[in-house]
Design a protein around this ligand. Structure first.
Ligand code: ADP
Length: 451
């Protein structure tokens, strides 16, 4: 309150002074004119002439000011003290403030442009309606092969002619596009993202991920090579251990048993690592009709054999369709989930395998158990390699910590998802959700429909 009063007082002082000055000057002029008028005996005509003169002078001032404003010229600092000088001073200050603001904005804009231009990522501004290029930075030339100013106002998909990019843009580009061939320098691999920027524009960002992907490849090759190299010595070791009978060396019987168990575990880890790296190196799998009735029957038989009567195992097959996929890989994924359910559910528990249609026309294979359940903080990390909720329980039960990572990769290659629900103390539900395209009507059902 005090501040605003003080501010108003300070702001009104020159303004008041200007008015006082003008009023005083007007009074003095009129008094002088009246004095002369009285002296020559014509007070009123002279007063009228004086007032007319003052009016003309004011109009002349107004004319000059309007002329200055209309010419949009830079105003010069005003001199004098009257109301018109005050008006010129206010206009002069506003103009200076406006110019300073404009300079600041231009500076900020230039800094933004320079920052965008200096980014190592390609940044392209596209019009939303027809994806014409409005602006792009320097890196777009190297990564996308764009050329300035030739490519301005051209459609992006006419210049970057990669089928995956075209399909991605046509489908709305909601998800980022990973690992696409660059169209600039040779051998570049890019990831792209399209961001809604203003109501009329979109921002396309392409990042060079060649080094990252190369490192990922090196890591994958390393794991695959190590696993491959370990396979032969382990097979030899395993073979020799199998040749030794515990009865022949009773004093070593327990040691021999443990050695066999551990070498078996190592062999299983190596096999799982090899499976995983083979899956990672593939973009797709050969797809065929996978008949689900025999597959489910064999999965049930496996589960019963593993449970050895310790669990109630139920199969519900209401989907009435087969899957489009790779039989070997799908069997491996489903069997991993069922083995986990049997492995982690204590004796006397239930394991249910459900194969049913989902609401969106897709189909799901779910494995439900009444085991110990998994706390929510673990759920998001379960499909990471070697991630275990309880390391000792997993090891004791013969787990490698790679099962769910394998399941995730197999499902990805089938455009399917792994959905987990679990509650500690009540059990878990692992569902493989397939999209409608992978659900094929069974032959017998088609025959029924036809008849
Ligand atoms: P593992 O070979 O150790 O079973 P997985 O990748 O198959 O490795 O599973 C990762 C972890 O998820 C397991 O160690 C276990 O802690 C947990 N898990 C998997 N399935 C279940 C289940 N049905 N019930 C409880 N915990 C489970």
């Amino acid at each position: 309150m005090t501040l605003s009063v003080r501010h108003r007082f300070r702001a009104s002082t020159p303004y008041k002074r200007a008015w006082q000055h003008t009023a005083l000057r007007l009074l003095l002029i009129l008094l002088a004119v009246l004095g002369v008028g009285v002296w020559i005996g014509q007070p009123w005509p002279l007063l009228c002439a004086g007032l007319l003169g003052v009016l003309i002078w004011h109009y002349a001032q107004l004319h000059g000011l309007l002329g200055l404003l209309n010419r949009r010229r830079r105003l010069s600092p005003p001199r004098g003290q009257g109301v018109f000088s005050e008006l010129s001073r206010v206009l002069y200050e506003r103009q200076r403030e406006g110019q300073a603001r404009k300079r600041r904005l231009l500076g900020t804009l230039r800094a933004f442009r320079q920052a965008a231009a200096a980014l190592p990522d390609a940044v392209v501004v596209l019009s939303r309606s027809d994806q014409r290029i409005e602006w792009f930075n320097k890196s777009s030339e190297r990564l996308l092969g764009l050329s300035y100013p030739r490519d301005l106002d051209n459609r992006f998909s006419n210049l970057v002619r990669t089928p995956r990019v075209t399909a991605w843009l046509e489908s709305g580009a909601e998800e980022p596009l990973l690992d696409v061939q660059g169209t600039g320098e040779e051998g570049l691999r890019l990831s792209m993202r399209l961001i809604d920027y203003t109501a009329e524009e979109q921002l396309l960002i392409a990042r060079d991920v060649s080094k990252l992907l190369h490192l990922e490849q090196v890591r994958r090759d390393f794991v695959a090579n190590v696993s491959h190299e370990l396979r032969t010595p382990l097979t030899v070791l395993h073979g020799y251990l199998d040749m030794l009978e515990p009865d022949d060396v009773p004093e070593w019987a327990s040691v021999l048993g443990e050695m066999r168990r551990q070498s078996g575990r190592m062999t299983q880890i190596v096999e799982d690592l090899l499976t995983l790296s083979q899956l990672e190196s593939r973009d797709s799998l050969p797809l065929e009709r996978v008949e689900m009735a025999p597959m489910l029957a064999s999965l049930l038989a496996e589960a019963e054999a593993m449970s050895a009567g310790r669990h109630r195992i139920v199969l519900e097959d209401s989907a009435g369709c087969d899957l489009l996929g790779s039989a070997k890989e799908l069997h491996s994924a489903f069997s991993n989930l069922i083995i986990n359910a049997v492995r982690y559910t204590p004796a006397g528990g239930d394991v249910r395998v459900e194969f049913h249609r989902s609401g969106d026309g897709g189909v799901g294979l779910c494995v439900v158990d009444t085991g110990p359940g998994i706390a929510p903080q673990h759920l998001a990390r379960l499909t990471e390699r070697f991630y275990r909720v309880s390391t000792s329980r997993s090891r004791d039960s013969g787990g490698t910590g790679l099962g769910l990572a394998i399941v995730k990769h197999i499902l990805q290659l089938h455009h399917a998802q792994l959905r987990l629900e679990s509650e500690v103390g009540r059990g878990s539900r692992f569902c493989c959700a397939f999209i409608a395209r992978h659900c094929l009507p069974r032959d017998d059902e088609m025959a029924d429909t036809a008849s």
